[in-house]
Write a protein that binds this ligand. Sequence first.
Ligand code: C2E
Ligand code: MG
Ligand code: MG
Ligand code: MG
Length: 282
Amino acid sequence: ARKQTSRKAVGFYKPSMHTFVKENLLSEMNLQKGLDLKQFQLFYQPQVCCNTGEIEGFEALIRWQHPERGLIPPSKFINLAESTGLITQIGEWVIQEAVAQLKKWMTEGKEHLTIAINLSPAHFLRTDLSEYLLKCTQSAGFKPQNLVLEITENVAIEDRDAARNRMAELRAMGFSIAIDDFGTGYSSFAYLQNLPVHQIKIDRQFIRNISTNQNSAAIVQTIVQLGKTLNLQTVAEGVETKKEWDMLKQFGCNSIQGFYFSKPLPVHEVDRLFQNEGGVLK
Ligand code: C2E
Ligand code: MG
Ligand code: MG
Ligand code: MG
């Protein structure tokens, strides 16, 4: 009985928790190994222009091709990478890959395509990020605005001044900056007031209800309008149906991304997408 009480008070030896910790430690080592063995892979999801129906660019989304566990989505390892600091190395790998892909498309005559990459707050706030990006893109010879840097609203919560400085620096160098998951954070409007942002990505949680919920539709329409007024590009995330696509076109949204057009694809399937009629969406 005594043991029971003390165990409760400390709240420690929960078997489920033990397993959790053990598994996490295991994957932390694996994460480094995954990097060393080049087991990460970028998938590309098309972004389609609402006016022309043509592919304008892609969002690069990381996957971990694990030898035993198969394809692991970012939701399973990005948090761990962030808490262990490995996220910077992973982010640098993503930058290298995206730059190499842009360069490849450029040599194939697809100079207009953009790639958007996701940067974690900790990586974005590092003082050496701009230098790293410059180093990677300089030799490749494409316009910096072809690389879009997606950050979430939380970046400014961690360090507002650092976030503003970094954005100003990157914009001055010519990179584009997108606010990801717009509308879900704490500081959506503060961002637009003070920071040199180029694009807002309207979060899927608003998009997925636009055809059934008038409030969601009104919110999306208002964000698109705000984008127009502030001269920002608007991209709708998670568009899954023709109805949503039609509504977003009607609202005047600039581009869409979502399963309706295509899920994220490995790069060889992207090349095939271009062979099919340039992948135009009607
Ligand atoms: P995100 O940047 O908001 O990316 C959009 C997510 O929505 C992707 O999930 C994408 O597969 C999914 N998605 C796109 N269209 C649809 C749709 O029509 N329906 C539904 N249900 N989902 C859709 P994914 O690839 O699992 O990535 C999840 C998150 O992981 C990303 O959210 C991003 O925050 C993070 N992430 C992905 N790649 C990276 C990376 O290279 N670095 C960092 N730091 N984070 C990454
Ligand atoms: Mg994103
Ligand atoms: Mg997003
Ligand atoms: Mg999202």
